[in-house]
Design a protein around this ligand. Structure first.
Ligand code: GLN
Length: 545
């Protein structure tokens, strides 16, 4: 099948879903749909790709959904999307997100809220509720779930790939820090920012990881990769195992999509897991591929006590227990573990991330890119001895930043500058740095000699919130968020992996009924592995999906 046909089909589907999902801020044009029509080649040949608006891609809207960047179109392409495009992927478009990736519900976007394709209000006339897709990579998760792209690039600073993946029922992979280059990803908190992959199944995520990973001279933090054992990445044979491909040959995502066009339903949601108990389309009793069983046998899986928070819904707890049992059935050894340092992860994150953000975002000053607001004219008599205005530039900076940054971004900048200030630094910033160091050491201990190979937790502590009012009002940049601090709690399961540089993945494990409503929503479980051990991580993830 020609690449052009498949690409056109996905672009058409993206367009058709836009009025209800608002997942894209830039979509491929008609002419591009008539692009190359030759046969697809390579494992990722012709695969429809989407990328969060935070990734610079030449000529496309790359504004991190902020008014301060005002639909900026960069003259170059970030390393991660460039590598996927070189591997044969084709860009369907750029995805909606929280402004500068700060948020967990995609409500803080200059482009307005994105919508979860599993919203009962979209799927069933008896329901009204429109739900958040999660954030900050909300548009990416919604697009993959709705089948308008097969692979998407998101970014995960504190959970922004994993949380929306869980809410939308797709796979969300945050690799080890340094595995994927940050070059060309608009910065939020540089020591935590990790490009990640959203896909419909674990094998697709592994293929995309394989194509995008590698040392990049333009991001020195990827230099560590040369010291990473290459066998830590899944191999082609591993990917074949995950797909249970009969010939032992990896099947490319594009050939699967091309061979079975009907497999991607025209409905918004591709229902791969129709029942709560269903492990896969093949049914709950389908035997696990032997190769996968061998890869996971004897691995030790820790059940992290600190994630057993009081707020955890009953259904999430049940999925957690069920997931542990599936891993055990596959031959893994499940053990309870406790890492008290995890309790300080959330507060430490909300000191460190804003501190780094305050510094990174100082470059948006109205001089170099996007928006420039002039501010009020200098008052009479202002100026230096020679009568030259001294306040104009300062005024322009202030006006640009006040107008261009949304309320959440302003909150982070203020918090970040406060924790870095002389009077607060030792009690906030230094304390958070110490907490991060303690957490990293504790995690090293947990995954070290005689410890565990994997940790299993829920991905989200709650169900996706109802955003009907915000969507109806067409509100942008979070005008409708009543309690911004409450949103921070949604990251409680995910931030530890970022602070400790660990690879982590959210895997959809089934549908959970929304209490008594008859509507059901996806549930995700999170796996973490030792630093740089994506291979074990993805094998275990494939057992769960
Ligand atoms: N929700 C978290 C925050 O707002 C995480 C965001 C992210 O991972 N980019 O900071």
């Amino acid at each position: 099948q020609a690449a052009g046909d498949m690409f056109r089909r996905f672009v058409r589907r993206a367009r058709a879903a836009e009025p209800s999902l608002n997942a894209y801020v830039d979509l491929a044009k008609e002419e591009e749909e008539d692009g190359p029509t030759g046969p697809v080649t390579g494992l990722l040949g012709g695969v429809p790709l989407g990328a969060k608006a935070s990734f610079c891609v030449e000529g496309t809207v790359s504004d991190a959904c902020s008014d301060v960047l005002d639909r900026y179109r960069p003259p170059y392409t970030a390393t991660a999307p460039a590598r996927l495009l070189e591997s044969g992927c084709r860009l369907v478009g750029k995805h909606n997100q929280d402004e500068f990736a700060m948020g967990a519900a995609n409500l803080y976007s200059a482009a307005g809220p994105a919508v979860n394709p599993h919203s009962p209000g979209l799927l069933d006339a008896r329901h009204k509720a429109i739900l958040t897709p999660g954030g900050s990579s909300g548009g990416s998760a919604a697009a993959v779930a709705a089948g308008s792209c097969l692979v998407a690039l998101g970014s995960d600073t504190g959970g922004s790939v994993r949380l929306p993946a869980a809410y939308c029922g797709v796979v969300g992979l945050k690799p080890t820090y340094g595995r994927l280059s940050r070059h060309g990803l608009i910065a939020f908190a540089s020591s935590l920012d990790t490009p990640g992959v959203l896909a419909r199944c674990v094998a697709d995520a592994a293929l995309a990881l394989d194509a995008a990973a590698g040392t990049d001279p333009l991001d020195d933090t990827t230099v560590r990769q040369s010291r990473i054992a290459p066998e830590a990445l899944p191999t082609r044979a591993d990917i074949a195992r995950m797909l249970d491909s009969p010939a032992g040959q990896p099947v490319s995502v594009s050939s699967a999509a091309a061979a079975a066009p009907g497999a991607f339903s025209p409905a918004l949601v591709h229902a791969r897991r129709p029942t709560a108990a269903g492990r896969s389309a093949a049914g709950p009793d389908a035997p696990l591929p032997e190769g996968l069983r061998a890869a996971i046998a004897g691995k030790r899986v820790g059940i992290l006590a600190e994630c057993h928070v009081a707020e955890l819904p009953e259904a999430a707890l049940r999925s957690w227990q069920e997931g542990a049992r599936w891993l055990e059935d596959a031959g893994a050894v499940v053990v309870p573990v406790s890492v008290p340092e995890v309790r300080t992860a959330l507060p430490a994150y909300y000191v460190l991330a804003p501190a780094e953000a305050a510094s990174n975002l100082s470059r948006f000053d109205g001089v170099r890119y996007g928006l420039r607001a002039e501010g009020a004219a200098p008052a009479e008599g202002e100026g230096d001895a020679a009568g030259r205005s001294t306040g104009g530039l300062e005024r322009m900076y202030t006006a640009t930043r006040s107008e261009g940054f949304g309320p959440e971004v302003q909150r982070r900048i203020l918090a970040g500058n406060f924790v870095l200030s002389a009077e607060a630094k030792s009690s906030y910033y230094d304390a958070a740095v110490a907490a991060r160091r303690a957490l990293r050491l504790a995690m090293e201990g947990l995954f070290g000699q005689g410890g565990v190979d994997l940790v299993l937790t829920p991905t989200a502590p709650d169900m996706p919130a109802d955003i009907t009012a915000a969507v109806k009002a067409g509100q942008s940049s979070g005008a409708a968020v009543a309690d911004p601090l409450a949103q921070y709690l949604g990251d409680v399961m995910t931030v530890a992996a970022n602070l400790a540089d660990l690879p982590a993945v959210s895997v959809p494990v089934g549908m959970t009924e929304l209490s008594g409503s008859g509507a059901s929503l996806p549930t995700g479980l999170q796996l973490m592995a030792a630093r740089q051990d994506e291979r074990t991580l993805l094998h275990a993830a494939a057992v769960l999906e």
